[in-house]
Design a protein around this ligand. Structure first.
Ligand code: 5AD
Length: 490
């Protein structure tokens, strides 16, 4: 096995606190507070870390102040994401000043990307990169169990030959011990990314693209479905780059009839094949929902971004998806203020948005990330004020489009998966919240029994980009996509 633990003994550099370590005293249960920033992949990683630590008798708490261990699962995709964590670290330092035995760990992408800087923070005891998360319990033991505290650091990316991959894989599979009462779950199918978009830090933090073994994915899904999970979202940075992705989708859909909803994200436009669209169209329980970021509507900027497709190619793809599935929800990501983006390029992005009519759009101001091509080779020539203006304009345009989409739902009966109740558990009747297969959020008043079920809701009003309505009936998913469309339009 590759060297797993790279324990840095920083000796007397301020890490040993107060001579004796209170954790060397036998203490039955350690309390952990885990905070998560960033994407769905991070949410899944946090869930797996939680599972790993629970298996090792740690208990989780909701409050940072009552914890013995604080873990922060971090994101590096934009500077803002990192700034948030740095400001949390200032606060955690105050907590640690009051409680010197507190253990603080930074895990995930920022641990990997900012290791040199973070290691110098006296309040940090643990740094673990996204590809080493399976080691956390061992590393914590190293901190807790010995009188002289040493910083524990485990980073580095993995490659296909690294046996640590097997240990990472085990983490995904071990989650199966704690999935009761779950209705929704993420399942990773791919780790890392090979696309090298010029602005993106992910290949540096999560490493090269590695596809999980299909049998392992199916095994995991089987156990989730048997435990009552009704909605699964397959995750990958470029999920549709999985080999024969359409066959995987079809296989999952056909093997697990009790799985009411199957989603996947995020898609890379160039890798959406006709096969994938056809399987989506023909499989009634695959959500007609595509998160498919364009990032820009200007060919010049797409080229600088190294996205590997043109505006025309992207628009043709959206048209094709809509011709096969007229009701499909298209969701995207856009970056404004990329180096070299002129007013004209920006307007090309706006016109692409007009043309696509996204149901929802995530809009980001370009953030230069060290070690990326755009940071090293391009001049940041859009001022932050201009980025702000473009961000606002794009947001306003999208808000109009989203609102138009929502208004179109008024009076219709939509099918949603009920996710949870919004108010405290006083009465059986509650304000419930759920999502359509296109990911529109819907609220209604109904019995808590409906949580986890698929139901028909008549849409009656819109409130801050959320649909509101009333319960009609439970949905029986025993017909094809075409029938389903008919019912929801009645
Ligand atoms: N600056 C701004 N936005 C970025 N994204 C990724 N990297 C950057 C960056 N350096 C956005 C992209 C991506 C989403 C997850 O974050 O739109 O799809």
């Amino acid at each position: 096995m590759a060297e797993l633990v790279d324990a840095l003994d920083l000796g007397s550099s301020g890490i040993i606190r107060g001579g004796s370590n209170p954790f060397t005293r036998k203490r039955s249960i350690m309390l952990v507070y885990l905070e998560t920033f960033g994407c769905q992949m991070n949410e899944l990683d946090s869930e797996l870390v939680k599972q790993q630590l629970k298996n090792n008798s740690y208990k989780f708490v909701e409050e940072d102040k009552s914890a013995d261990i604080i873990l922060v699962n971090t994101c590096s995709v934009r500077d803002l994401s990192e700034q948030k964590v740095l400001s949390r670290l200032g606060y955690f330092k105050l907590l640690k000043d009051m409680k010197p035995q507190l253990i603080i760990g930074i895990i995930g992408c920022m641990a990997e990307r900012k290791k040199e800087i973070l290691i110098a923070y006296p309040q940090i005891d643990l740094l673990v990169g996204p590809n080493r998360l399976y080691e956390i319990s061992t590393l914590l033991k190293n901190i807790i169990g010995i009188s002289k505290r040493t910083k524990q650091v485990s980073l580095f990316n993995i490659d296909r030959k690294d046996s640590s991959l097997e240990l990472l894989e085990r983490m995904d599979l071990e989650r199966l011990q704690d999935i009761e009462n779950r209705k929704q779950a993420y399942v990773r199918i791919t780790r890392g990314c090979n696309k090298f978009c010029s602005y993106c830090v992910i290949p540096k933090t999560r490493g090269f693209e590695i596809h999980r073994n299909k049998d392992a994915i199916l095994y995991e899904i089987k156990a989730l479905v048997e435990a009552g999970v009704v909605e699964i979202t397959l995750l990958g940075q470029t999920v549709n780059h999985y080999p024969e992705f359409h066959a995987l989708l079809k296989d999952i859909h056909d093997r697990f009839p009790k799985l009411e909803r199957l989603r996947f994200m995020t898609n890379y436009p160039r890798d959406i094949s006709d096969d994938i669209l056809d399987v989506m169209r023909n499989s009634s329980r695959i959500c007609k929902y595509l998160h498919i970021p364009a990032q820009s509507g200007s060919n010049k900027i797409l080229k600088l971004m190294n996205r590997g497709y043109t505006r025309e190619h992207y628009l043709a793809l959206i048209r094709k998806a809509r011709s096969k599935m007229p009701d499909i929800s298209i969701v995207g990501d856009m970056i404004v203020g990329f180096p070299g983006e002129t007013q004209e390029d920006f307007e090309q992005s706006l016109s692409l948005i007009e043309e696509v009519q996204y149901q929802n759009l995530y809009i980001f101001k370009y953030s230069p990330r060290p070690d990326t091509v755009s940071f090293r080779k391009m001049i940041e020539d859009v001022s932050s004020k201009e980025k702000q203006i473009r961000h606002f304009k794009m947001l306003s345009l999208q808000q109009q489009i989203s609102l138009k989409h929502l208004k179109n739902q008024l009076g219709k009966i939509v099918v949603i998966l009920v996710e949870k109740a919004l108010n405290a558990k006083l009465y059986m009747s509650a304000r419930l919240i759920g999502r359509t297969e296109g990911n529109d959020v819907v609220i209604f008043q109904g019995s808590r029994d409906l949580i986890g079920k698929i139901v028909n809701i008549r849409i009656e009003y819109i409130t801050s980009y959320i649909l509101g309505g009333s319960f009609v009936s439970e949905f029986k998913n025993d017909h094809s996509y075409e029938d389903h469309k008919k019912t929801s339009q009645d």
